[in-house]
Ligand binder design. Structure first.
Ligand code: GLN
Ligand code: ZN
Length: 751
């Protein structure tokens, strides 16, 4: 089998260039449109996307990466692996959405991060009673749809090994890879059906193999691909790896009978790894040279040199993106506020597709055939290297001169803070945001449309702040917050006020399901124009004698939720952001604020996939946090907040942050987190969330009391804080008030 192709990508975004799918799916959920209308929107989006890729000149096009919600959930459907609790739901689409979002009677699947991206997938639950069965309708229909349009379609599926490795075993401790023998025959059946339906290639995604894998796991993967490649009737198999290098798995996979392997060339060392595996000399290497998950223009000269160096190692070469374009915005068209030269440094989805075809053409026909494109790229990169915004001497000198990152010993700080704050035992507080009310949203929209001016907007936000402060006083909380009404998003809010960041108008990327985010672009050296939060916080403080916490977002989280620079180590960017946050903490302190919280919910998120890279990451992440929080005096109390994850792997780093008080999402398992913290000698203030804010349910006084008593078994009263497990912005005011009243009453009872 030697079907030729030269230019491709590994997957497409699906939300629609104007978030059409998001809007339609939400309308369907709200009962405003029917399934047929939703399906026709989806069909049009797929058609437009295919057409654009054909027109751009790709000669093998991924099909089946469309999804109404999530591609891992689609794979669970494909393999008949939805949990029993949704199986009674008659209608296909409603069953699917019930698994994704739950309904009145069933809980949804858990959601977690897709490797180290900001995309979240639904975790399939596989129990001993799961009996797999093949349901190939979706992929077959999308293949047929593409073939009817004369598209050189390559169906894409999550491979069997990754499917099992990203799923969760319920009701059994046996490793899920033990179930490989049950699903391989289904994949075999499917591959045959795809071949019969005219697919020349199939892409099986196995990103799980770029993380650390045991020998038995790699052996299972090899066995799976030996088996699939031995099938008589099947398409050529492209095994897709992305988000890193295959390492030890590469020679094993290359030894199987698969025809193609995609390699993430943005990961260091992959060219050498490929060269070291002779078996690749008779495979098609799909060279992931155009970064599929960041937004920078490719250095085409460098890319061509890399591709040339691969020619001798591969049987054949095709140019591709390093991963699916799911992780970047659709296009730069319409980003009228992003102007040259910044604009010329960028490539979003459609621009990346063009880069792929330019590189493929250069490989086929020589560089003269694309000389214009090459010189445009060269010129853009030249201006990027020399732009003064990327090299701010003042910032660099300040960092090089060695800013202190250590505070005084914790005990000295504790005494200084106790004297200044005069808090009761078991102090009560919240994580920062209060409900984003309709008035807040309306005011923000009105400001954006120019219907109200800045002064009017500030007036309205102040009135929200006054309400939130009054509410907290009434409830009897000890440490107050201003409620964050002025923040659209905890990262974007800061990015908009910092030099070195740019915002997009329409750069939406799917975060999960119908939820999309618009990550800011960090392109230059970072500094503040001036104070970013001081006016809001001091206004709140002027309304009360109780301490009001200044609320900031930490450097790691700001980077985690942005597109970051690729021209310097992330650690250097983190230090620059940290310095700006540090200046803000000092300004807050000078304005009389006694407590500053620096949120780092994404600390765990950025953890690298490979163990060998973790320590270095944690070292710079902790350093950046400490840099941002060590400019204040002993008597200023530093809080941090962590959430969205299991903290086991970063527990030492939490200690190293050296924050005076850490609030941590733990409503479901706080004894565990506290036990883990104790085990590593953590002895600072801690506020394990005493109730789960992710549901509208109001926790009773008894429940919270119970929660506190169990926390007190692990943490002495002097160190324990009482707070919900996360910010309250997604909740309603009535339930927040009721919940917090119970929280305060429980704290009083336990005192
Ligand atoms: N201070 C932020 C808030 O309360 C923290 C958000 C978060 O934990 N992700 O909204
Ligand atoms: Zn949180």
């Amino acid at each position: 089998m030697t079907f030729e192709f030269t230019a491709t990508i590994l997957g497409t975004p699906r939300i629609g260039p104007k978030r059409e799918l998001k809007k339609s799916v939400e309308s369907y959920w709200a009962g405003k449109i029917d399934a047929a209308t939703l399906e026709s929107v989806a069909k049009d989006l797929r058609k437009d996307s295919l057409k654009a890729l054909v027109d751009a000149g790709l000669d093998s096009i991924p099909v089946g990466t469309f999804s109404y919600y999530d591609h891992v959930l689609d794979t669970a459907v494909l393999l008949g692996a939805l949990p029993e609790r949704v199986q009674g739901i008659e209608n296909d689409l409603d069953r699917y959405f019930a698994a994704a979002r739950g309904n009145d009677t069933v809980a949804p699947l858990e959601m977690t991060k897709w490797f180290d991206t900001n995309y979240h997938y639904l975790v399939p639950e596989i129990s001993p009673t799961t009996s797999f069965s093949l349901h190939p309708e979706k992929v077959l229909a999308e293949l047929e749809e593409a073939r009817a349009l004369d598209v050189p379609a390559r169906p894409v599926l999550i491979g069997p090994v990754t499917f099992l490795l990203v799923s969760k075993a319920v009701g059994s401790d046996a490793p899920l890879l033990d179930r490989l023998d049950e699903i391989l025959p289904l994949y075999a059946d499917l591959l045959t059906q795809l071949a019969d339906a005219g697919a020349e290639w199939v892409q099986l995604d196995e990103p799980a193999l770029v993380a650390d894998r045991t020998h038995p796991e790699i052996a299972s993967a090899q066995k799976a691909y030996d088996y699939l490649s031995a099938l008589e009737t099947r398409p050529a198999i492209l095994l897709a790896s992305y988000f890193g290098d295959l390492g030890a798995a590469l020679p094993s996979l290359a030894s199987t009978g698969i025809e193609g392997l995609s390699i993430d060339l943005t990961a260091p060392g992959t060219v050498e790894q490929v060269a070291a595996v002779p078996a690749l000399a008779n495979k098609r290497i799909v060279a992931g040279i155009v970064d599929g998950r960041n937004i920078w223009r490719t250095d085409l000269d460098k890319a061509l040199a890399t591709l040339a160096s691969l020619l001798g190692s591969a049987g054949a070469l095709a140019v591709s993106t390093s991963c699916s374009l799911l992780h970047v915005p659709y296009t730069l068209d319409g980003e009228t506020d992003i102007v040259d030269p910044l604009r010329s440094w960028l490539a979003f989805g459609s621009e990346k597709v063009t880069e792929v075809t330019v590189l493929a053409t250069a490989l086929q026909d020589g560089t003269e055939s694309v000389s214009e494109e090459l010189s445009t790229a060269r010129a853009a990169l030249g201006t990027r290297r020399t732009d003064s915004r990327l090299h701010d001497a003042a910032i660099r000198t300040r960092l090089e001169s060695g800013v202190t990152v250590d505070r005084s010993p914790a005990e000295d700080r504790r005494q200084a803070q106790a004297a200044r704050l005069d808090l009761p035992a078991l102090p009560t507080t919240t994580i920062g945001s209060y409900p984003q009310t309709t008035q807040i949203r309306l005011a923000r929209a009105a400001l954006r449309r120019g219907e109200i001016d800045d002064a009017d907007y500030v007036r309205r936000m102040r009135s929200e702040i006054a309400d939130v402060v009054a509410l907290q006083e009434k409830i009897g909380l000890d440490v107050l917050v201003h409620g964050e009404p002025e923040r659209n998003d905890m990262v974007q809010y800061f990015a908009e006020q910092l030099n070195g960041f740019a915002a997009t108008a329409n750069g939406w990327v799917q975060s999960y399901g119908s939820r999309c985010v618009r990550p800011p672009i960090l392109f230059g050296d970072v500094s503040r124009h001036g104070a970013m939060t001081v006016d809001w916080i001091t206004y709140a403080q002027s309304l009360t004698d109780k301490p009001v916490k200044g609320m900031l977002t930490g450097p790691v989280t700001i980077l985690a939720w942005s597109f970051v620079r690729d021209d310097q180590p992330l650690a250097d960017s983190a230090d620059q952001v940290a310095l700006a946050i540090r200046d803000e903490t000092v300004d807050l302190q000078s304005a009389g604020i006694r407590i500053v919280q620096v949120d780092e919910p994404a600390l765990r998120e950025l953890l690298p996939l490979r163990a060998k890279d973790k320590e270095q990451y944690l070292t710079w992440a902790v350093r950046a946090f400490k840099l941002s929080t060590s400019g204040v005096s002993d008597s200023t109390q530093i809080h941090t907040h962590l959430c969205y994850s299991e903290f086991g792997e970063v527990i030492d780093a939490i200690v190293a942050l050296d924050a005076d008080v850490t609030s941590i999402e733990a409503a479901r398992s706080h004894m565990e987190v506290l036990g883990d913290l104790n085990a590593v000698g953590f002895d600072l203030g801690v506020g394990p969330g005493v109730y789960d804010i992710h549901s509208p349910r109001v926790p009773s006084v008894d429940e919270i009391t119970e929660s506190l008593r169990s926390a007190l078994k692990a943490v002495p009263a002097e160190r324990l804080w009482v707070n919900p497990d996360c910010g309250l912005k997604t909740r309603g005011t009535a339930e927040v008030e009721a919940s917090l009243r119970n929280l305060v009453e429980a704290a009083r009872a336990v005192r």
